[in-house]
Design a protein around this ligand. Sequence first.
Ligand code: MN
Ligand code: MN
Length: 470
Amino acid sequence: MANQAKTPGELLAERLAYKPENSGIRYTDEEMGRVTDFCEGYKRFLDAAKTEREAVEWTVKLLEKNGFVPFDPGARYKAGDKVYLSVKGKAVIFSAIGLKPLSEGVRIVASHVDSPRIDLKQRPLYEEAQFAMLKTHYYGGIRKYQWVAVPLALHGVVVKRDGESVSVNIGEDDGDPVFVINDLLPHLSQEQNKRTLPEGIKGEELNVLVGSLPFRDDRASEKVKLNILNILNEKYGVTEADFISAELCLVPAAKARDVGFDRSMIGAYGHDDRVCAYTSVMAGLDNLSPEYTWVNILADKEEIGSDGNTGLQGRYLEYFICDLAAAQGLEGRGVLQRSECLSADVNAAFDPTFPDAFEKKNTCYINYGTVMTKYTGSRGKSGSSDASAEFVGRVRRIFEDAGVHWQTGELGKVDGGGGGTVAKFIANLGPDVVDIGVPVLSMHAPCEIVGKTDVYSTWRGFSAFMGAKG
Ligand code: MN
Ligand code: MN
């Protein structure tokens, strides 16, 4: 049977029909070894950098090790020069100057390093029924019921009255305490059970348990809260008022883990979108002497609309490219018009438990390769920049010439909901843009799932795009 000749129909289908397939079928053992190795590095990054500040710090350290220097807007750069610009420590742009003049455009890859999480309010600490608790305001699109009764770690910075900035990271080391948001026991949840799923846990019920022992004093009031303030003051030198000038958030305390008997997937907090950040940083390191200048951005605030001076609706990317252009005696707007961009973000992978949310023929699948998403948006592509056929064709050629395993994707079925990425904000500046990224299961949950071969394919895709000759 093995040598049986193909039928004319099989041959014709081979030539004419298109059918994506699982990377596991295609990859050799050797390539699967490279997939595993690459993902071990990715898992270390996931555990080391759970917030945008930590991701930027991690990235800048790696860039400096690889010869990148702080960007000087007035300087003239030559081919092979490598620069980075930290945007308030919460976003970073970095670039390698190519042989071709900027008049031929730049290659942009834009991901984001903020992930949905639970931020503390400005006056978070209170005492109730002999518990010290923290009030929170969630950040980004979370399903609130998923964040209760799981161990959380506290990350962030506190800026003290004297201006000193203190970094906080509690709950990541095995010896550290963690923090938990409570849920009701099933025995007593009869009333709560009548709520709809989005209301199952309400925003003001996301209160965090942080202590239960009183400060030993007969006369002081709110002694449990006082005891916590005392601990924080001894450890960090902060007072209650310092919470006002702080950015503190709770993220899942769990570390990245392999998922499945075959270890083919990774379960972790915040794949969206650190998976595209990591793969694009690694792709940059593959292309340190490029033909065309590339510009890589790890942005902040994507999960809450990309507004502000660290989000991609801010002007810093435009100004960076204008400054680079000016140094070559060019107008920034001309460079932007000739540029092209991969908006590096995740897409929703088909979930067999919830098939009705997806349109099977056009959704992406775990371990079927990096996913190209031509358009996002909702209700008739509203709010999407919708990549041109020409640019989709170009990226497709780059990927296929480089042997990158890729697939197409659409965010769920038509009228099933929707969403967007930073693609449109960059397209608004002039470049051609298409979304490329990794398919994800349980997006925005405390434990998101990605396929290892997709992480690898995405890295290879970004690398091929940044290094493409012409
Ligand atoms: Mn994202
Ligand atoms: Mn997201």
